[in-house]
Design a protein around this ligand. Structure first.
Ligand SMILES: Cc1cc2nc3c(=O)[nH]c(=O)nc-3n(C[C@H](O)[C@H](O)[C@H](O)COP(=O)(O)OP(=O)(O)OC[C@H]3O[C@@H](n4cnc5c(N)ncnc54)[C@H](O)[C@@H]3O)c2cc1C
Length: 438
């Protein structure tokens, strides 16, 4: 297992890879290593960021394994790009590719959803009734957006009557921009929400707020709009120092904040959003409303017996050890990406650090050795604050800031270089990760 120093060196190498297409030292080391002979049957549920990266790495490490990916979605979505689409900075097509574009030789894709997982019988059943027995299972189906939990809301409202929701996918992110830009031109009351559940990229609700305020400031002009951010608890971000920095920036920019406000229902006809608060339901008017719904593990996971019993009861994240990402009751099962029940890490940046850890534990088990690889909770968020400015916030399970470029990129400063990381370098790095090369 690479130590912390190797991790940092490799993280820096990622920037080189993004800029110049160079292979990382880690990738070169893996190419040189002998492949392990095995007849293991490995099933990966989900061919998104985590499942695809995992498949690409395992084909390079194993010789003779049967690797099966299960995913019914033909499109791969580069989700970090959705924030740019919803601010008119990229077209929806920027975020869409084909799932099969990223798959290596030697992996079989079953183009169906997993319908049931039986961790005792060690099988996955697909929607058409195929039964896939496994020796190792990698659970990577991401999460589901529970729009039904918001009374009065339905996906067809996105892009009409001042309602946006960039999380719903590329086309919905483009529709979100249509209504957000109308608000930015005309002004009025903008209301920005986030759910009370765990969520992917907890920085994204803040980025959308900052970006639309920036654009409105130049279009409608200051004084013609009022923006309110509704935080689900008493903080703006889970890392206190980042939360305080965002609070100061919101104050400077005239963005109002209401705390402990969780969106409960929408009345699109009257343009009123109702929030559950400690003081009871509160209604707020809007001209533009950005909705991010509660997020949970997919139903197939919640029904599988793989979820935590006592934590995140309403959300169903998979019960894994937070360092090894191995299931605590079924040792041949691992969870990576958004579905993993760990305290932090629902980002693609986390996936990048989780996948090599799981790869090492899985291969070690096949080889009959112990692995000491451990995921430290690393996650990162290029927190866009304006068009052309971002803060590159990186942290771990303990809320320690873990800058990859100390002395070069200050984490809490709004910098053009951090914006470039999000706007240009991140996609190249993400693509390299999908190919198992970063
Ligand atoms: C608006 C937004 C902005 C973001 N910004 C950033 C950012 O700036 N930086 C960053 O690092 N991360 C960002 N993220 C988060 C990042 O995209 C996710 O954390 C990452 O994609 C998680 O990877 P995953 O493989 O777990 O899930 P996904 O990439 O979502 O893939 C899950 C896959 O599983 C499949 N699936 C679902 N159910 C089943 C089933 N039953 N059977 C089989 N397959 C199934 C899906 O079809 C999908 O292909 C952002 C996300 C959003 C929404």
């Amino acid at each position: 297992m690479a130590g912390r120093t190797d991790f940092l060196a490799s993280r820096r190498a990622v920037l080189g890879l993004a800029a110049g297409g160079l292979a990382t030292a880690a990738a070169l080391r893996r190419a040189d290593a002998a492949r392990t002979a095995t007849k293991a049957r490995i099933v990966i549920v989900g061919a998104g960021a985590a499942g695809t990266a995992m498949a690409n790495r395992l084909v390079e490490r194993l010789d003779g394994a049967t690797i099966t990916l299960v995913d019914g979605r033909a499109e791969h979505w580069y989700q970090p790009g959705l924030s740019l689409v919803a601010a008119g900075l990229r077209p929806a097509s920027y975020t869409v590719s084909k799932t099969t574009d990223w798959l290596p030789q030697g992996v079989t894709l079953v183009p169906e959803a997993a319908a049931a997982i039986d961790p005792v019988a060690k099988t996955v059943a697909t929607t058409s009734g195929k039964r896939l027995p496994y020796d190792f299972l990698i659970v990577a189906p991401g999460l589901v957006l529970d729009y039904a939990a918001i009374e009065g809301f339905s996906l067809d409202l996105i892009g009409r009557g001042g309602i946006g929701s960039l999380y719903a996918g590329p086309d919905y992110a483009a529709k979100t921009w249509a209504v957000a830009s109308a608000f930015a031109d005309k002004g009025g009351k903008g209301l920005f929400t986030r759910p009370a559940t765990e969520m992917k990229c907890a920085g994204a609700p803040l980025k959308h707020t900052f970006l639309i305020e920036d654009i409105a400031g130049r279009s409608a002009g200051k004084g013609r709009y009022e923006i309110t951010y509704a935080a689900h608890n008493d903080a703006l971000f889970s890392v206190p120092i980042v939360s305080e920095k965002v609070r100061m920036l919101f104050q400077e920019r005239g963005i109002k904040t209401v705390y402990s406000h969780v969106l409960k229902s929408v009345d699109p006809g009257r343009r009123i959003a109702t929030f559950a608060t400690p003081k009871g339901d509160q209604q707020m008017e809007y001209d533009y409303l950005h909705v991010i719904p509660p997020q949970r593990a997919p139903e197939v996971i919640r029904q599988s017996g793989l979820s935590w019993g006592d934590r995140w009861k309403d959300q169903g994240w998979v019960e894994v050890d937070q360092k090894t990402l191995r299931h605590r009751r079924f040792p041949e099962v691992f969870a990576i990406g958004d579905v993993a029940g760990v305290p932090k890490g629902k980002t693609a940046a986390s996936v990048k650090w989780q996948v090599p850890v799981v790869e090492d534990h899985l291969v070690a088990t096949i080889e009959g050795r112990q692995s000491s690889a451990a995921y430290d909770g690393y996650t990162s968020c290029p927190l866009i604050t304006r068009v052309g400015r971002a803060m590159l916030v990186e942290f771990d399970y303990n809320n320690n800031l873990t800058p990859s470029f100390p002395g070069v990129i200050a984490p809490l400063e709004e910098l053009w270089i951090s914006w470039l990381m999000k706007e240009v370098a991140l996609k190249a790095t993400y693509n390299a990760m999908l190919r198992g090369r970063a």
